[in-house]
Write a protein that binds this ligand. Structure first.
Ligand SMILES: [Mn+2]
Length: 469
């Protein structure tokens, strides 16, 4: 049965048209673009930059981790008459209205707005305002920006694949309005869609690592075991290396790939989940070389996230815009990021038994890295531990590290968070901060974070330990 093409709601279409009309009224002065630091935000910025170049508009981009009052006040002091907030902004409508009253504001976002309607002269496009709830969950920031760019000039359809990178970086379900972006990416000849093993890293990672560290899908007897992985590969007749070079999934012959898939399905027989749930849709960028971290869109999104985390946003944006120089720099950033990740994990494993660095209390593991690991890695460390089997399910993980400006960054996660809906980590961190009477927090129920003054570290630790006594 043929699927009917998805129709954007009339309201959203109207709002996009209105945004374009307002954009046409702008004079030639340069435009300020403020975006989010993740894959979705960086690809949003790349799309808007390309679209502005097409309109001969000058612009300046900044990528931020999050908005706050201080940052918005800084933007107020700048000379720009027009500001575009992309992949962020909707949660700060009150502050933006208050602080940026003299500027023309465009907000193209998909985060939950802090109020239903913005001041009349603010252009605010957000699927939460128009679409059904399900649809709202299926449009990313770069999706909104792409739809705007396409409305501005149909030539911008050639940018659909950039939006797909951000979308895949941000969303799990590609349906509803996102279908239009996928269709445009295929039509422009940039994207090729195939079906294959849905594990991460099929283009670049050694097969032995992919299998051994595969938690989703989980492979009984293989996941978590080097020996099990080697035995399994032997069983299906696949070697883990050739001429001293590790074999990747893309290196396998078709026959070998089939054997691998069948082998995994057999291993998963009897597990409660659908054993065949190991295949998925794979989106490849046609023009990127095989085996590059820019070939598979999922890996490209990781490359962008690495650029964001290591504060190299402009490299990520320029890579999306097609610069080869930026791309080779981005590949280096990815290497640096991996190195950072390895030293972070090494530090953790060396200090796991050290009661000063890693404190365990009924249901809580508190990791205090001080200045031993980068504050930008603290969330990633907590997330990796939350998805591994080192600590029992539902354990609360708190990790903390010092920033260069004398603050302490805190991340909080829950082991196997998908299954344990009972605990809300944002509430936990909120009540600890309340006890020490300082700090700011944010995030959502399964992943949250906070920032406190460094001198409050001790107070924070005792309050947390007290809570789990
Ligand atoms: Mn986003």
């Amino acid at each position: 049965m043929q699927q009917l093409p998805y129709q954007l709601s009339e309201q959203l279409t109207e709002q996009l048209e209105q945004a374009v009309n307002e954009f046409r009224k702008l004079d030639d002065s340069p435009i300020r673009i403020i975006t989010h630091l993740d894959a979705d935000g960086l690809s949003s910025a790349a799309i808007l930059a390309k679209a502005f170049q097409g309109e001969k508009k000058k612009f300046a981009i900044s990528a931020v981790k999050q908005l706050d009052e201080n940052k918005i006040r800084e933007f107020a002091r700048e000379n720009y008459k027009t500001i575009f907030f992309i992949d962020l902004g909707s949660g700060y409508l009150n502050l933006i209205e208050e602080t940026l009253s003299k500027k023309k504001i465009f907000i193209l976002d998909h985060h939950i707005p802090d109020k239903k309607s913005a001041r009349e002269d603010i252009i605010h496009i957000n699927p939460h305002l128009f679409e059904s709830k399900e649809d709202a969950l299926n449009l990313s920031g770069s999706g909104v920006v792409y739809l705007f760019a396409k409305k501005l000039n149909s030539k911008n359809k050639a940018l659909a694949h950039i939006s797909l990178i951000g979308t895949i970086g941000d969303l799990h379900d590609l349906k509803g309005p996102t279908q239009e972006i996928i269709d445009d990416s295929v039509a422009s000849g940039e994207i090729e869609i195939t079906t294959g093993l849905r594990m991460f890293g099929t283009q670049t990672k050694p097969i032995i690592n992919i299998l051994r560290y595969s938690t989703d899908p989980y492979i009984p007897g293989v996941t978590g075991s080097e020996q099990g992985t080697l035995a399994f590969l032997k069983e299906v007749g696949i070697e883990s290396q050739k001429n001293g070079k590790p074999i990747r999934i893309i290196d396998l012959e078709e026959e070998q790939k089939k054997k691998l898939v069948t082998g995994i399905i057999l291993k998963r027989m009897g597990s409660e989940k659908d054993p065949e749930d190991i295949l998925g849709t794979i989106y490849l960028l046609k023009k990127e070389p095989e085996g590059s971290p820019t070939k598979d869109i999922k890996e490209f999104a990781t490359l962008l996230n690495a650029c964001g985390r290591l504060e190299k946003a402009s490299i990520g944006i320029a890579t999306c815009m097609g610069s080869e120089t930026a791309k080779s720099k981005a590949l280096q950033v990815l290497q640096d990021y991996k190195q950072e990740l390895i030293s972070t994990m090494n530090w953790f494993h060396q200090n796991k038994e050290n009661p000063i660095s890693v404190m365990e209390r009924g249901g809580l593991v508190l990791i205090n890295a001080e200045d031993k690991i980068k504050d930008t890695m603290i969330g990633t460390l907590a997330s990796i531990l939350a998805n591994s089997n080192i600590y029992p399910e539902s354990t609360i993980l708190i990790s903390m590290a010092q920033t260069i400006d004398e603050k302490t960054k805190i991340s909080i996660r829950i082991v196997n968070g998908k299954n344990s809906k009972k605990k809300d980590v944002r509430e936990i961190i909120g009540s600890i901060l309340k006890k020490i009477g300082e700090g700011i927090s944010g995030g959502h129920s399964s992943a949250s974070g906070a920032l406190i003054p460094q001198e409050k570290e001790k107070a924070f630790i005792s309050a947390a330990l007290e809570m789990f006594k």
